[in-house]
Design a protein around this ligand. Structure first.
Ligand code: MG
Ligand code: ZN
Length: 176
């Protein structure tokens, strides 16, 4: 199967250092919904792995997070596509969980769900921790320049990292 895994904040929707705490604050980056739909329609399974420590911090409840993901699914469906498994880490940095990136627990969960090896699968993110997560399970690290991408780009990237302007450019590359 053709599987691609995406980070959420800063890749699919605009990010904020103050967290995305409500449905109103969940605003897609231009072209991202179309990109997911186009990949899906071309036979790609598009999964999502997102750190959501705002849950542990009490900034928003799980129901709000679920509403954001329902919106994402709905917008992609309107474009004729489908979003695959969305996995979230609701824990804080001190909870010692195995899912919070850069720990690769969420990527492993996605691999297990679909029964595919993660080796070489593209994991698209905007933070250094995303790239680290990808490397931990032998995924292909892919950096987009949206969200925290410019900040991440200012530091040294792991060898072999692919860099694109945004998710639309990633999709365009995979669909050529
Ligand atoms: Mg991000
Ligand atoms: Zn976690």
């Amino acid at each position: 199967m053709k599987l691609i895994i995406l980070d959420r904040d800063g890749v699919i929707n605009h990010d904020s250092d103050a967290y995305i705490k409500s449905l109103e604050e969940w605003i897609p980056i231009p072209g991202s919904i179309e990109a997911i739909a186009a990949l899906s329609k071309a036979g790609w399974t598009v999964a999502v792995a997102t750190n959501q420590s705002g849950i542990a911090r009490g900034y928003y409840p799980l129901s709000v997070l679920e509403a954001m993901h329902a919106r994402l699914r709905e917008l992609v469906a309107e474009q004729g596509g489908e979003v695959g498994l969305i996995v979230q880490c609701p824990h804080g940095p001190d909870d010692g969980c195995e899912c919070r990136k850069p720990k690769p627990g969420m990527l492993r969960q996605i691999g297990q769900h679909y029964g595919v090896p993660l080796s070489g699968i593209w994991f698209v993110g905007d933070s250094a921790s995303d790239l680290e997560t990808a490397l931990a399970v032998d995924c292909q690290p892919v950096l987009v320049k949206t969200g925290k991408g410019p900040r991440t780009l200012a530091k040294a990237l792991p060898a072999g990292t692919l860099v694109f302007d945004d998710l639309a450019a990633v999709a365009a590359q995979l669909l050529t």
